[in-house]
Design a protein around this ligand. Structure first.
Ligand code: ZN
Length: 176
């Protein structure tokens, strides 16, 4: 660990950014170390933001890959809450990075915020404060309406596809 890394870890906390945090053209916070995942870098390139990405990488932002253990934990929790289907591989990466580094996550994606909340990862939206409720999802058949665990994609009664809906929503317990 370099002197700089040590200072960052002990001093001002870093932020993990999702793609939307970089799309919106807002000024990025200056007082934090800024981290993105390889998937976020790829999404920016795909959306024609290669030049912006290169500029950011040259100046302020680091790309880090998440730790496998943290990624496995994110997978497990998102499967349980039913968010797994709503999360992209990139979403899971940034959650795992935030979990691993203990950094705050910046995202407007509701499912990312939901899983962050369950894992007690500090999380803020671009325009709003963090969520105050935790949602548990379930799947419902679009044909016959039968309910399933959130991961079920096809109805075993009528063969129709399912959509995820809110099973329950509960007030988030105060974070430590
Ligand atoms: Zn059905």
């Amino acid at each position: 660990m370099s002197e700089d890394d040590r200072l960052t870890r002990e001093g001002a906390k870093g932020l993990i950014l999702d793609s939307s945090a970089l799309y919106c053209g807002k000024d990025l916070p200056t007082e934090h170390e800024l981290i993105i995942s390889p998937g976020v870098a790829l999404e920016l390139e795909r959306h024609g933001m290669k030049e912006r990405l290169e500029l950011l990488l040259a100046t302020r932002i680091k790309v880090l890959s998440p730790d496998k253990t943290a990624l496995a934990k994110v997978m497990e929790v998102s499967r349980k809450s039913g968010d797994s289907r709503r999360l992209s591989a990139t979403d899971k990466e940034i959650l795992a990075l935030a979990l691993d580094l203990g950094y705050e996550l910046v995202t407007d994606d509701y499912s990312v915020q939901n899983v962050a909340s369950i894992l007690r990862i500090p999380c803020r939206g671009l325009d709003q404060r963090g969520i105050s409720r935790v949602i548990v999802w379930e799947s419902r058949c679009v044909g016959c309406g039968k309910r399933f665990p959130a991961e079920t994609e096809e109805c075993d009664i009528c063969g129709s596809s399912t959509k995820t809906t809110i099973k329950k929503s509960q007030k988030r317990s105060a974070a430590k």
